[in-house]
Design a protein around this ligand. Structure first.
Ligand code: ZN
Length: 284
């Protein structure tokens, strides 16, 4: 599930590798992956990749002549670079977009795992980029310097949901929301507009610190080709049932339809175990 740190390291590694490369040919075998048709994807052919960057959880492939391929990996997409001769036939994922670079030696591939197609791309003119609704509605970047939170978190909704809302703050998803709230010793279900000054400050520091440490970790361990599964340095998320790395209390889950929130009752909820929504639904 790529979030800001995973997208950031992907953009950095790819940028180092393909900046200055010429796009020889580009195809979109993925049905419905392209959400724009003008300009057509073939407009990228013959252009030079000037930069691969990130905004929120989006990747931006900027090409010469003022074109930008905006990509959202959603939960199971990956943008990866392959040596064409080395790559075995891929049966574990679907190929959504393929760009051959520099004499067709290398391929930039947008792949997606799982059965659902959700990853998407738009080819835009640079001048239109800021007006693309996906970017125009993004909140401020969560990293490197998240903005003061009291202005952003003004609605009576759970912190976990507020942090994941890309319109509020851009880049955080389910995994890093768990880690950030644990780091800040805040309940995932505390109402965002109930944060007092000190808590808001702790949360802001936890956002910058947690995401920054993850990127730092990836800088040390991630090399090309970027692996399908990044080694996420998670302490709490997906660790329910294990001891809290800070206090030793058992980390607890709250199950939702398609995800699980993990937290430490001792560090985050004043010793209270939160109702497991899956259990409470079954008991009705
Ligand atoms: Zn704890």
């Amino acid at each position: 599930m790529p979030e800001l740190p995973e997208i950031e390291i992907t953009a950095r590694r790819l940028d180092e590798a393909v900046r200055g490369s010429v796009i020889e040919s580009v195809l979109a075998p993925g049905v419905k992956v392209m959400r724009t048709f003008d300009p057509p994807l073939s407009e990228l052919e013959g252009r030079t990749i000037e930069r691969i960057g990130r905004r929120g959880k989006h990747l931006l492939v900027e090409a010469s002549g003022g074109l930008v391929l905006l990509i959202h990996l959603m939960s199971a997409g990956r943008l990866q670079l392959y040596d064409r001769r080395a790559g075995p036939r891929d049966r574990t994922s679907r190929l959504l977009i393929r760009a051959r670079l520099d004499g067709a030696e290398q391929e930039l591939r947008l792949r997606e795992f799982g059965s659902k197609q959700a990853a998407w791309a738009k080819l835009l003119r640079s001048s239109e980029l800021d007006d693309a609704p996906e970017l125009a509605t993004l909140g401020p970047e969560a990293w490197p310097s998240p903005p003061p939170l009291h202005e952003l978190l003004d609605a009576p909704r759970p912190l976990h949901a507020a942090l994941r809302d890309q319109h509020v703050i851009a880049g955080i998803g389910r995994s890093w929301a768990d880690e950030i709230l644990w780091e800040a010793r805040l309940s995932p279900f505390k109402r965002a507009n109930d944060l007092i000054g000190q808590e808001a400050q702790a949360l802001r520091q936890a956002i910058a610190g947690t995401l920054g440490a993850a990127i730092e970790h990836y800088e040390q361990v991630v090399t090309l080709p970027i692996p399908d599964k990044l080694p996420m340095p998670l302490k709490v998320h997906r660790h329910e049932g294990e001891p809290c790395p800070r206090c030793g209390e058992t980390l607890r889950p709250v199950h939702f339809e398609d995800y699980v929130i993990a937290y430490c009752p001792s560090c985050q909820t004043g010793g209270k175990t939160l109702k497991d929504r899956r259990l409470s639904r079954l008991l009705k």
